[in-house]
Design a protein around this ligand. Sequence first.
Ligand SMILES: [Zn+2]
Length: 459
Amino acid sequence: MTVSLVARWLMVWMLATVLTFPPGAAALAQRSIPIVRDAEIEALVAEYTRPILKAAGLSKAGVEIVLVNDPSFNAFVAGRRMFIYTGALMTSETPNEIIGVIAHEAGHLAGHHQERLRDQLARAQTMAVVAGLLGMGAVVAGAASGSRGAAQAGTGLAMAGGEAARRGLLAYQRTEETTADRSALDYLARTGQSARGMLKTFERFSSQLMLSGTRVDPYQISHPMPRDRIANLETLARKSPYFDRKDPPALQQRHDMIRAKIAAYTGGQGSAARLFRADPRGSAALYGDAITTYLYGSPRNALEKIDALIRASPSNPYFQEIRGEILMKANRPEQAAEAFAAAIRLDPHKSGLLQVSYGQALLAAGKPDQVNRAVAEIRKGIDRDRENPSAYRYLAQAYGQLGQIGDAELATAEGHYYSGNYQEARIFATRAQMRLPAGSPGWVRAQDIINHRQPGNRN
Ligand SMILES: [Zn+2]
């Protein structure tokens, strides 16, 4: 049997129709917008976000963080989702810088800014529908991919962001900006954090010149930073007793690790080394080097590098996860399964993504007795995290091997559904119903998929 190359850097590619930037150029182009799923980055960003949302009174609002794999600096809230770009994480040298941006965005959320759009987006059940409402078109497919496509997608999204901002879709009113700034200061103070990072980010945007023809970060377009706004913010920020407070060293360390990872996955071979050239023997540089070697070099060298990191930090679940990925690439799925199992044991956040990787490795090992285990693990992963199109692909493969064709058809239907391919989803759901007992839970779920209508689509 063949198993596609594992990429823990899972992406959902969205097909977007955007105008080029500057808007006058108006050449219509199709672009892909990647959403990235990664257990380590998701866990850290959740830790950044949770106290802020609590201070904002949004703990129970079910806010979901979505990571967009794009090198530009951007973050915005839409409905109950907060979109954060990997470029914003990588550009932020400290946790405090990105936490400041998160606090500002939480201010928009709590202030009910752009309510009407938000209402629609809040009702959107899947990421695919969100993409549609944001004018990004339909989601095409769940696909695993390396770094090249991501780099190409970058400019496209900067353009999409610029165009959306130009139309006022995601650009806020000036009064809303002031409100969000004040709210952010409040949330940061209440969580005992400095507003210095937010100030630093905003100052950077205020000093950059917007020149046509060069790439402009979408955040800069949706967030004009006139001098008086920065000055105002600085005066207030300096009044906080926490203004000089630094991020805890352990948090800074984890932040550096995800920056190294993002650089390695999205910036090409020398990227992580460049980012940490000031400390080339530090663990962030070594982590970036191990991932770069996994992506571009030999699995044997990559394995040596990750094993050295594991010896230094045996309780880091994400080192085990990378080890699993390297072993999958080296076509050693049974050992990969052991590494993923170790990652799951060590992961305090119980990421569904690790569970799916584990199931995938068991499936790739190709032993009949392990296929049932694979199904159980992938299902556990899906229970924690429904919107993972790749998980359904592996689940369908596993059911196929077990001869449970109805379940395989339903899993394929789910994968299409969460990718936004509703027509394909209906076809497979219909096929699933022909195999599954009428009225069984699977049959009922297939009926839900068949009945699904995209918002705004009357047919
Ligand atoms: Zn804003």
